[in-house]
Design a protein around this ligand. Structure first.
Ligand code: C5P
Length: 294
């Protein structure tokens, strides 16, 4: 047993998110391309008798619905251990922003407690536990750039042809993922498979960031805009500032892809001056990983 472990767990964006009609279990089949960003939550796991959780940097209630806590319990159940830990999650990823902040916490806790409790679980076992916690948790573990199918948990890693510089435009309110999927079904009642992401995958492995312009397509954008017309207005007003714009996951965060990190810094500064809340992030970045262990 270790004394203390620190983990970084990344935010993600979906470069494309193509959605099919719901399966019998209610989940939607997806063809998606995930990219992990160098914007991460820091998770500190200290040795303790019981499981305790503190969230720093956000006003999220700590209750049984917290994915970090659920991940710790799932790991106890899977391994039959009754070890505890004082878990502190310092949130930097926007809450309910469509950037897998909750999934990052689940992934980070799995990786961190595997180290703290010296469980010796491999990536496949963590993936299996993670997939039961949420569709995006396996990607939060894997990181990098990857194609996701099924609910998003079947992953194939891609070799990135170039780094991506992003400006993220945040929204104070958050959007509920099930509500956005529900609106998607209302707008698309006919039976259908998710569209292909092959063209984007080819472009991402090439040499030029400008080749992906026009290929960043998110089928959840229209339903999210229906629920939040103000987000559409922001999207339309900022889209021309980068090479391409895409709603991240189920929104409401808007991600602007820029030509270079320098251009992204300038665009972020301009948008800040115009009163927008923005973050700069680059990708692809690593999945949830231990940065300190003692
Ligand atoms: O898997 P996760 O718990 O993150 O999903 C949250 C909600 O998003 C699900 O309850 C479901 O309503 C919706 N969802 C979906 N199809 C997916 C992923 C998520 O309908 N592939």
């Amino acid at each position: 047993m270790k004394n203390s472990v620190t983990v970084h767990a990344p935010a993600k964006i979906n470069l494309a998110l193509r959605v099919g009609s719901p399966r019998p279990d209610g989940f939607h089949p997806l063809n998606t391309v995930f990219c992990a960003l160098d914007l991460h939550d820091e998770i500190l796991l200290d040795e303790a008798q019981e499981l305790e959780l503190e969230m720093v940097g956000c006003d999220l209630a700590v209750d049984d619905s917290n994915l970090g806590l659920r991940a710790a319990r799932a790991l106890q159940d899977y391994t039959g251990t009754s070890f505890g830990s004082r878990i502190t999650i310092d949130k930097k990823i926007p809450v309910a922003g469509g950037m897998a902040g909750g999934s990052a916490n689940a992934a980070g806790v799995l990786v961190g407690l595997n180290e703290l409790w010296e469980l010796g679980l491999g990536a496949e076992q963590l993936h299996e536990i993670g997939a039961q916690l949420g569709s995006d948790v396996p990607f939060s573990l894997l990181g990098g750039l990857a194609i996701g199918t099924s609910r998003g948990e079947d992953l194939v890693t891609l070799r990135p042809g170039f780094f991506q510089s992003w400006v993220l435009i945040l929204d104070g309110e958050g959007l509920s993922t099930p509500a956005v999927f529900g609106e998607y079904d209302r707008l698309n009642p006919e039976e259908h498979e998710p569209a292909s992401v092959d063209e984007l995958v080819t472009a991402l492995q090439g040499g030029s960031v400008s080749d992906v312009a026009g290929l960043l397509l998110n089928d959840l954008a229209e339903p999210a805009f229906q629920l939040r017309p103000d987000v559409r207005e922001v999207f339309d007003s900022v889209a021309g500032r980068g090479i391409a714009a895409v709603l991240s996951g189920s929104g409401p965060t808007i991600a602007l892809l820029c030509e270079s990190d320098k251009v992204a810094d300038v665009v972020a500064g301009q948008l800040r001056n115009e009163g927008r809340t923005v973050l700069r992030a680059d990708g692809p970045a690593a999945g949830a990983h231990v940065v300190r262990s003692s």
